[in-house]
Design a protein around this ligand. Structure first.
Ligand code: MG
Length: 183
C-alpha cells in the first residue's frame, strides 16, 4: 500500500496528544506549506503555535521536513522553534531518514503529518511510518489547487476527524494501525 493513511484531520490542530499516545506515536515529521501555514505564508495558521506548544508539553518530539527552499523553511522553523530539513525531495526517503535520526526515534514511534498525497502520503508509506493526513489550508480556489484536488481526490479519505469528532474515524484509524503493524 503506497497511499495508506493512518488517520485524516480537518486541521493539524485536531491531532491530540491522547490520540498519538493511543497510536504509539512519540514523534512527528511535519510539513509546512498548507499544513502548518498557508503556502509560503511566513506566519503559522491560527492555533498552530498553541498546538505546537501543547505537543511539546506532552513530550512529543517534532521536526519539519519540507520540500521548500532553505530560507522559507529556516525562517518558519526558527519562528516556531523546531529543527528542519529543507529541500527534502519528498516522497524520497532521505529527508525522513535524516529527521528520524535527529529525533532519535524508531520508525514505529513516528508519524508524518502533511497535506499532499504524492509527497507527504507517498513519502510516509515509502519510509514505512504512520501517516496523519490534514486537509490543505490556504487558497483552495487557485488554479493549481483545483488541479491538485482533482488528481488527489480518489486518495483522500472520506472520513475526516475533527476535534470532538466521530467514532467511525476511530475505527478507520485502528484498522489502518493493524495494517501498519504488519510491517
Ligand atoms: Mg504541503
Amino acid at each position: 500500500m503506497l497511499f495508506s493513511i493512518t488517520a485524516a484531520f480537518n486541521s493539524v490542530t485536531d491531532i491530540s496528544p491522547e490520540m498519538l499516545a493511543r497510536l504509539g506515536i512519540k514523534g512527528l515529521i511535519l510539513d509546512i506549506d498548507d499544513t502548518l501555514a498557508g503556502h509560503n505564508d511566513p506566519q503559522p495558521a491560527v492555533g498552530v503555535m498553541e498546538w505546537l506548544d501543547k505537543m511539546k508539553s506532552h513530550g512529543i518530539k517534532m521536526i519539519i521536513v519540507s520540500n521548500n527552499f532553505y530560507l522559507r523553511v529556516k525562517l518558519f522553523a526558527d519562528l516556531v522553534g523546531l529543527e528542519f530539513v529543507n529541500e527534502s525531495k519528498k516522497p524520497f526517503s532521505k529527508g525522513y531518514r535524516i529527521a528520524a535520526m535527529r529525533l532519535g526515534l524508531p520508525k514505529h514511534a513516528l508519524a508524518a503529518v502533511g497535506d499532499q498525497i504524492f509527497t507527504d502520503v507517498l513519502g510516509a508509506n515509502r519510509f514505512k511510518i504512520k501517516m496523519l493526513y490534514t486537509l490543505p489550508i490556504g487558497n483552495t480556489n487557485s488554479k493549481i489547487h483545483k488541479i491538485r484536488r482533482t488528481i488527489e481526490s480518489p486518495f483522500i479519505p472520506k472520513k475526516i476527524y475533527c476535534s470532538g469528532g466521530r467514532a467511525t474515524v476511530e475505527h478507520r484509524m485502528l484498522r489502518s494501525l493493524t495494517y501498519k503493524e504488519r510491517f
